[in-house]
Design a protein around this ligand. Structure first.
Ligand SMILES: Cc1cc2nc3c(=O)[nH]c(=O)nc-3n(C[C@H](O)[C@H](O)[C@H](O)COP(=O)(O)OP(=O)(O)OC[C@H]3O[C@@H](n4cnc5c(N)ncnc54)[C@H](O)[C@@H]3O)c2cc1C
Length: 400
């Protein structure tokens, strides 16, 4: 067993650091001021190959694999958390789902543009009344009308949906199906090509207003039949599989945020003088830093294990859920330590503590909330429901 990152992933991580420092960290500021989608910066990430790790070279990928995805997601979130979303929209939940479940033709049409950052992606599952329970509560419907489907309803919280070129969207083709999850179908949507799609930004204080989430309204929105992803009724399986890949990036992103919080706290503790000495000399501060240090390291090991498991072509449901859950706890802890160590300065714009914690809060919800993970992990641990009962699809390493 070797716990060292392979040399090529260390080089890749350095390349991500470089993109963040050269383009993203300062570049985002003007887009935030104008509340304008930071398309040129997403394009820079695409050009640097940050989205193509789990795709074959013939589609424009680098075939670097899933451990690489974890490393990239962590480094982006450590330095420029606004861009963490892009790892799903431009790499995993959108294009990888198309690659994993689509036809050869769909993969060739849609994947290269998304992972190059030329086309903006989207993954639209959640609705106002349907977050943790998409099967039972989804209200958006798709009705077949000759060569097209007509979609009606709304989606909520959908990241990048105000700028989407190509997205994966889920709707009920059979609202009366029993069991309910068998009535859901996945579609590849192209909002800029067809009428009937609109997106209304949601105000989320503390989070980016450039790279943001919206409510999406669908009013007889057309999707050609050739854009259906998989078979009718297969959508729930596709969505759950996509969330596995989402959990890979989210656990990496939470680890990056946790590291960032820890770094801020450590630096501050060494610099802040109280009673003639740095507060780092106080044992109560050391205890908090120690707890956060160990939590971040454990979160990183668990996140890397998810990528490694996927790279082996093994079912990763169990490890992905545990890693996402633990990374949430680690990030919460590190975020709290930063808040505590910085005192009043944690509230100022001079330090990134509020921003880091806003992104941590956001990520505890996505890709299955904390309680959803607890239920999954608890039922699995107690032998009630095997977390690995659903075979995953992993086309990159050829596993079904
Ligand atoms: C900034 C942001 C971006 C997002 N981007 C996207 C996106 O791009 N695409 C997309 O599809 N969705 C997206 N989401 C939606 C996200 O996935 C949902 O918010 C999430 O699934 C939870 O749904 P909910 O918010 O409706 O909470 P609910 O499902 O209403 O849950 C409320 C509470 O109940 C708890 N709960 C739920 N079920 C159980 C249970 N069985 N036992 C105990 N407690 C339970 C939850 O843990 C939570 O604490 C985004 C959300 C945010 C905040």
């Amino acid at each position: 067993m070797n716990f060292d990152l392979p040399e090529e992933l260390v080089t890749l991580r350095d390349a991500v650091t470089d993109v963040c420092e050269k383009h993203l960290i300062t570049g985002i500021k003007s887009f935030e001021e104008r509340q304008e989608f930071a398309y040129p910066l997403i394009r820079e990430m695409g050009k640097a190959g940050l989205f193509g790790a789990p795709f074959p070279e013939e589609l424009g990928g680098s075939a670097a694999g899933f451990l690489a995805v974890s490393v990239i997601a962590e480094e982006i979130s450590r330095l420029a958390p606004e861009f963490g979303y892009a790892m799903n929209m431009q790499s995993m939940t959108c294009p990888y789902t198309i690659y994993n479940w689509g036809t050869e033709e769909q993969a060739r049409r849609f994947v290269p543009g998304l992972i190059a950052g030329e086309q903006i992606g989207m993954f639209a599952l959640s609705e106002e009344g349907s977050g943790s329970d998409p099967a039972g509560s989804m209200r958006t419907v798709a009705r077949r009308d000759g060569d097209v489907y007509r979609l009606n309803g709304s989606k909520m919280w959908i990241t990048f949906s105000h700028a989407t070129d190509v997205g994966v969207l889920f709707a009920k083709t059979d609202p009366h199906a029993d069991p309910a999850h068998t009535g859901i179908t996945a579609f590849i949507v192209q909002p800029k090509h067809f009428e009937g799609y609109s997106a209304q930004p949601i105000e989320l204080p503390g989070l980016s207003r450039s790279l943001r989430s919206c409510t999406v309204f669908l009013d007889d929105f057309v999707v050609p039949v050739e854009n259906r992803l998989g078979e009718e009724g297969e959508g729930f399986r596709i969505a759950m599989n996509a969330l596995e890949y989402g959990r890979l990036t989210v656990s990496g992103r939470l680890t990056g945020l946790a590291q960032s919080a820890l770094d801020v706290a450590r630096n501050y503790a060494n610099e802040r003088i109280i009673g003639g000495k740095p507060i780092a000399r106080f044992q109560l501060i050391q205890e908090r830093i120690a707890d956060a240090t160990v939590a971040v390291e454990a979160a990183r090991l668990m996140s890397h294990r998810v990528g490694w498991t996927m790279d082996q072509g093994r079912v990763s449901t169990r490890v992905a859920s545990r890693a996402k859950y633990f990374a949430t706890q680690a990030a919460r802890l590190a975020g709290d330590v930063a808040r505590e160590v910085l005192g009043g300065n944690a509230l100022t714009a001079e330090y990134p503590v509020k921003k880091i914690n806003a992104y941590i809060d956001m990520l505890t919800v996505g890709e299955g909330s904390e309680n959803v993970q607890r239920v999954l992990i608890g039922e699995d641990s107690l032998g009630i429901k095997d977390a690995t009962r659903h075979a995953m699809r992993n086309r990159f390493v050829g596993m079904l």
